[in-house]
Design a protein. Structure first.
Length: 171
């Protein structure tokens, strides 16, 4: 399981880098073609948009691996450690259910969109929508991994953003 997660981590990071470069490249090409060549390329905006969609979903999946999504944990933090761990595992299971819904409905939407092509780039829209079930499956693997291997981080003793000289000083 850890080997699979490590491979997914590598692929997620590579995907984020690739789609970031595609977005930067196509947006830069759009600026150059518009202002220097006086003839903007029409396809660059669409490619940047599709890259941004993939980048967003891949990024969301990778943040699941880091357990970095926002959470309302004010009440949970007041519970004893065993209760906090149990609540976190329940959250992982609920999130696993959501990611499996992403897979199911993402496949359905991708199949429906298979006959439609992009406006300017002649690719099937199924490729654009395919990111939903793909990242849903990756999130599911990550949630299963977190369910079994997650440990509660140690609480911070010091404030991260306060300079060391001011640590421990009262008002």
């Amino acid at each position: 399981m850890i080997r699979i997660v490590n491979i997914l981590d590598y692929l997620m990071k590579a995907g984020l880098i690739i789609f970031s470069l595609v977005m930067i490249g196509t947006c830069g090409l759009q600026v150059v073609s518009r202002y220097l060549l006086d003839h903007p390329f029409s396809w660059t905006e669409e490619l940047a948009r599709y890259s941004f969609i993939w980048w967003s979903f891949i990024g969301a999946a990778y943040v699941v691996r880091l357990n970095g999504h926002l959470g309302m944990d004010f009440l949970v933090n007041m519970m004893p450690k065993k209760a906090r761990t149990a609540v976190q595992r329940i959250v992982f299971l609920i999130s696993l259910g959501f990611s499996l819904l992403m897979v199911y409905y993402g496949i359905k939407i991708s199949i429906i969109q298979a006959g439609q092509e992009g406006d300017l780039i002649p690719i099937s829209m199924a490729w654009v929508y395919a990111v939903v079930p793909l990242t849903g499956a990756i999130m599911a693997v990550y949630f299963i991994f977190l369910f079994f291997f997650w440990t509660e981080p140690e609480p911070l003793v010091e404030c991260e953003w306060l300079p060391e000289a001011e640590q421990g000083k009262g008002p």
